[in-house]
Design a protein around this ligand. Structure first.
Ligand code: SF4
Length: 371
């Protein structure tokens, strides 16, 4: 493990590298916190998580409604949102109802700017690609074909965002998942796919980045490097001896587990599903209620000011595994050294690459989050 040297200290330098099968979420989880990676992907039985988060429920409800809208090809997004509303994690029925109405307006405003006749190339589409070192797959929220009739435009990877977290163009530029999906989509479709877009529904902003072949190649190398660390740690966990793929599956001695999978405690641990099982994370963070990520006070005190830092954590990221898969609904990847989940970032309107989609800004109800 290059960040702190843990894996290298245990003698896995020079190990043969085998094909590592992964999702971008798995790689991101390793970067975020190796202990959380272990608990999400390796520990068996899988440790129990905390209760469901309301902001994950909201994000999943919106994603499902937008995916279903294309399949129905009628302007029924609001009804789809209502029928598929997931109410897990909310403080009570009134709070869930307020957010349902808010999300309905948000979804309706968004689809009002779409042309239902211009169907995307893919909706909730799984794409995959491989190199000599990794086989990576995941699901794209939407894959658009921006070609004009008779033209040969590029494909565009689109990722819906519903959190309070203010996004920047840098989020689109540095996103490892978006880059990998662009690469995979381009290879599967045999067409250029360089543009990635984050569509932030609460603000109506599109944060776009145009990759180059070189920048996608850099992201792929980055994914391979992370995967190499994951693969080495996985093998240590399973007890595969250095220099060989086979051997007694002795497992990792208990006193070395934290060396290979160290915790990365911080205030973001308040949003971790495994916080209750993690002494360092519990120490480093305040406990969060399941609806705190909504950032609108509590049912008991609905007029409370919103949390200063609602999490980016929990927003379904492009191509994340379906609910129930390890890593589903986990915090999105952060660049090393980037702000904590939920860190409030500067307004995005004036940044290059930021735009509103056709139909103008959204902000249903004047842009305020439900109180
Ligand atoms: S609580 Fe924090 S340190 Fe512990 S596993 Fe979760 S993210 Fe890692």
């Amino acid at each position: 493990m290059s960040q702190d040297g843990g894996v290298q200290q245990l003698g896995f330098e020079g190990m043969p590298r085998r094909l590592y099968t992964c999702t971008p979420t798995r790689l991101s989880t390793w970067l975020d916190c190796p202990r959380r990676y272990r608990m999400s992907y390796l520990d068996r039985p899988t440790p129990g998580k905390g209760p469901p988060w309301a902001h994950n429920s909201l994000g999943a409800s919106v994603h499902n409604a937008l995916a279903g809208w294309w399949r129905l090809s009628v302007p029924a997004a609001g009804g789809l949102l209502e029928r598929g509303w997931i109410d897990e994690g909310y403080a009570d029925f009134p709070q869930s109802s307020r957010y349902r109405a808010w999300a309905r307006a948000m979804v309706e405003a968004y689809v009002a700017g779409l042309d239902p006749a211009r169907e995307p190339v893919g909706v909730e589409r799984t794409v995959a690609t491989r190199t000599e070192l990794i086989a990576v797959s995941g699901r794209i929220d939407r894959l658009d074909d921006r070609a004009e009739p008779g033209g040969s435009g590029n494909l565009v990877v689109i990722d819906y965002k519903t959190g309070r977290h203010m996004l920047t163009v840098d989020d689109a530029r540095t996103s490892l998942p978006l880059a990998l999906y662009a690469l995979a989509a381009g290879r599967v479709m045999r067409r250029p796919c360089l543009r990635v877009e984050l569509h932030h529904l609460p603000t109506g902003r599109v944060l776009a980045w145009e990759h180059t072949d070189a920048s996608l190649a850099r992201q792929l190398r980055r994914a391979e490097d992370i995967a190499a660390e994951c693969a080495a740690a996985d093998q240590l966990f399973r007890g595969v001896p250095p220099g060989g793929e086979h051997g007694p599956a002795a497992g990792l001695p208990a006193d070395q587990v934290d060396e290979v999978f160290p915790p990365r405690p911080g205030s973001w641990c308040g949003w971790c599903d495994y916080r209750a099982r993690c002494p360092e994370g519990s120490e480093a963070s305040e406990p969060r209620r399941p609806w705190d990520g909504l950032g609108a006070g509590s049912a008991a005190s609905p007029e409370d000011p919103a949390d200063a830092a609602g999490p980016s954590a929990g927003e379904p990221a492009a191509g994340e595994p379906a609910a129930g898969e390890p890593g589903a609904g986990e915090p999105v990847a952060r660049e090393p050294g980037a702000g904590e989940p939920g860190a409030v970032r500067p307004a995005i309107g004036s940044e290059p690459g930021a735009a509103t989609w056709p139909g103008g800004g959204l902000r249903p109800g004047g842009g305020a989050w439900p109180e």
